[in-house]
Write a protein that binds this ligand. Structure first.
Ligand code: ZN
Length: 424
């Protein structure tokens, strides 16, 4: 039972904020972010909420219809959601992973991310094997710019093995900086735990894994294209709510029909992925988005509510949560993604007054991708501007300044709402 601990943490944070001269802990934390103020965070979350909740209610009705049709004779509850959502997914989207995987051989997808980087930024990737690696499965590439100049070394380490951490991430062996007028170029790596090849089968990736590869490679681009003076602000050394922009925008190319035709080829026949499958992949992106967004925003608002308290006091954790959710009209079929007592992101991780970052970044990546939607997904002028103003700049300026230089305006949440299917 962590209720007492939650209480203690919240009160200590209020005290800390006051000592540092801030009204609330959120004000203290958000000063060094792109969002800057609790008001900006609340504004964004409330906007998204107003679109997500009606959609979640529609989805709840669809699930209730399945229960009724099956003669269930009970009302949908939060613990029923995923069970019936899965039935709905099969009915409505009929996306069969085994039918799709043959088109996503790991090597083909990796070729795909390199091709996209070449078409956008003119980068070239040459496989090399003369530099030391920490495991024989690690592969290395020399990355050069359009004019042939050396940019970075890129390492991939994609398969699980005993003793290796789970998940996927990007990092560097060496960051980028300038010393005595010499540009020290970065050594960047991507690690993942993708489906391992077997004796019969090559590594065939799931859609999630494909998305992950594009995501981590987006972080890698942020590292490899860095061009600043100081190590402390180079590569991905940026504010928490800005760091996912390069990675998440790169996901937009992963399943774009034009891009799929470049790399998604059947591993046995070489046949390009058929349009019918592309259509299924595109439609499946809208599945369950009302629910997913609602539970995420609810958790982000709960985080903000805890960290905008101004008075030290004894909080009734359960009541606090209830009030917080009542205020925004959360329906009983959905609970926030995390309840306070196991919300480790905000109470023991580094995401206090920061859980909103996931949504903030999504607003950014959707808005930042919009010029590519309007002018073409490989539009050179847009790509150059994105590289020049975002990918090469690290944390050398305020993120909002960098962003406005690229986009000409602050990010607009409308494109994120469109991507999630809330707005036509
Ligand atoms: Zn990431």
């Amino acid at each position: 039972d962590n209720k007492e601990i939650v209480n203690k943490i919240v009160n200590l944070r209020i005290e800390k904020a006051k000592l540092m001269g801030y009204d609330t802990y959120a004000d203290f934390v958000l000063e060094e972010t792109m969002a800057k103020t609790p008001k900006a965070v609340y504004d964004l979350l409330n906007t998204i909420w107003s679109y997500a909740l009606p959609q979640a209610k529609k989805e709840a009705a669809e699930l209730q219809a399945i229960i009724d049709r099956e003669g269930g004779n009970f009302k949908l509850e939060s613990w029923d959601w995923w069970y019936y959502a899965e039935k709905l997914r099969k009915e409505k989207y009929a996306l069969n992973e085994t039918e799709i995987k043959p088109y996503f051989k790991m090597e083909n997808v990796r070729e795909g991310i390199f091709t996209v980087a070449n078409k956008l930024y003119g980068l070239n990737f040459k496989k090399i094997d003369h530099i030391p690696v920490y495991n024989p499965e690690v592969e290395t590439y020399e990355v050069t710019d359009a004019d042939g100049s050396f940019l970075a070394v890129f390492y991939t380490d994609y398969f699980p093995r005993p003793g290796k951490s789970g998940g996927a991430w990007m990092s560097t062996f060496r960051e980028q900086w300038v010393e005595n007028e010499i540009d020290i170029r970065p050594l960047v790596y991507n690690v993942a735990n993708f489906t391992r090849p077997t004796e019969q089968l090559p590594s065939l990736l799931t859609l999630d894994e494909v998305e992950t590869m594009f995501h981590e490679f987006g972080h890698a681009l942020h590292g490899m294209l860095s061009k600043v003076n100081y190590k402390g602000v180079s590569c991905t050394n940026v504010y928490r709510d800005f760091v996912e922009l390069p990675s998440q925008i790169n996901e937009h190319w992963a399943f774009h029909p034009e891009v799929l035709k470049l790399y998604a080829k059947h591993y046995q026949t070489g046949e390009v992925i058929p349009d019918s499958l592309i259509e299924k992949i595109t439609n499946a992106a809208y599945f369950n988005q009302g629910f997913m967004t609602t539970e995420l925003v609810a958790a982000a608002l709960l985080d903000m509510d805890w960290h905008t308290q101004t008075k030290q006091q004894s909080f009734d954790v359960r009541e606090f949560e209830k009030e917080s959710m009542k205020k925004i009209g959360l329906i009983q079929e959905i609970i926030p993604r995390y309840r306070s007592t196991y919300f480790t992101h905000i109470f023991s991780g580094g995401y206090s007054a920061g859980y909103y970052s996931y949504l903030w970044s999504e607003v950014l990546d959707a808005d930042a991708f919009q010029p590519f939607v309007e002018r073409g997904i490989f539009d050179q002028e847009t790509a150059q501007s994105f590289r020049e103003n975002i990918l090469s700049k690290g944390g050398s300026d305020e993120p909002m300044n960098l962003y406005i230089r690229y986009r000409g305006a602050e990010p607009n949440p409308i494109y994120m709402l469109k991507n999630r299917g809330f707005v036509k």
